[in-house]
Design a protein around this ligand. Sequence first.
Ligand SMILES: Nc1ncnc2c1ncn2[C@@H]1O[C@H](COP(=O)(O)OP(=O)(O)OP(=O)(O)O)[C@@H](O)[C@H]1O
Ligand SMILES: [Mg+2]
Length: 253
Amino acid sequence: MNDAVRFRLEALTCRYGPAAAVHGVTLDIPAQGVTAFIGPSGCGKSTILRCLNRMNDVIEGFSVGGRVLLDGEDVYAPGFDPVELRRRVGMVFQRSNPFPSSILDNVAYGLRLHRRPTRAELELAVEEALRAAALWDEVKDRLDASASSLSGGQQQRLCIARALAVRPEVLLFDEPASALDPISTARVEELVTELGKRLTIVIVTHNLQQAPRVADRTAFFLLGKLVEYGPTVQVFTTPAEEQTEAYVSGRFG
Ligand SMILES: Nc1ncnc2c1ncn2[C@@H]1O[C@H](COP(=O)(O)OP(=O)(O)OP(=O)(O)O)[C@@H](O)[C@H]1O
Ligand SMILES: [Mg+2]
C-alpha cells in the first residue's frame, strides 16, 4: 500500500469577490484510493475540488489564499503550468458533457491537444481509455457515431474515458452520478472503485449511501470549513463531531 500524499491543502481559503466560500481548510489527500467530500449544499465542496486543478481560474473575482500542493509542488505558484496541471488532474462533472462529435473524437480530444499521435497510436489509446471506462464493448462497433446517440449513463462513462485518455494521475468527480438512474449509478460507482486502485480519486457526493460504497476516506464540510476527516467507516459510524453525526444520520442537509 502506497500511503504517499498526492494533494496537501494548507489553510486554503477561497473567495468569490469579497465573499469567502472556503475558510482555512487543511487536509492531505493520499495518492492511493478514493476520497469523498460531503456536506450540505453551498458548503464549498465544488469550490475546493475545482482548486485541485485550478478550474476556478476562469471565474471573475475568484481568489485563493493558502496553498494547494500536488506531489509537494504549489499548483498556484507562478511557474506552474495550468494546462499540464489539468492533464495530470482530470475532471468529470455532474452533467455529462460530451462534445458534439463522434465517440472516437471525444476520447481522442485530449490526446490531440497534448501531442500529435499517429492514427494507430490514437486508436490504441482510445480503445484503452474506453476499456478502462467500461464502455468499449458497447461502442466498439460504432466509434464514428455521434456521442449524443449514447444513453446518459454511457455519456458519463464516455466523459470518464475522455478524462482517462491523457493518462491523468488524479481524477476529480463532482457528483458524477446524481443525474443517472440506479443501474448507471452502480456502473459509475464500480468504475470509481476500480480506478481508485491505480489513480487518486476525489469524489463530491450528496448521496449519503454513495460515500460508504466508494470512498476509503471522507471529509465533511460545513459552511466552508472542514469539520471532520477520516476513514469513511469512522466518519459514518462513530463520528467525532456532533455536526458530522447530525449530517450523516440525515438530520440536516
Ligand atoms: N461562481 C460563483 N460566484 C459566486 N459565488 C459562488 C460561485 N460558485 C460558488 N459560489 C458560492 O460559494 C459557496 C460554495 O459553493 P460550492 O458550489 O463550492 O458549494 P457545494 O458544496 O459544491 O454546493 P452544492 O452541493 O450545492 O453543489 C456558496 O455560498 C456559493 O454560493
Ligand atoms: Mg457542488
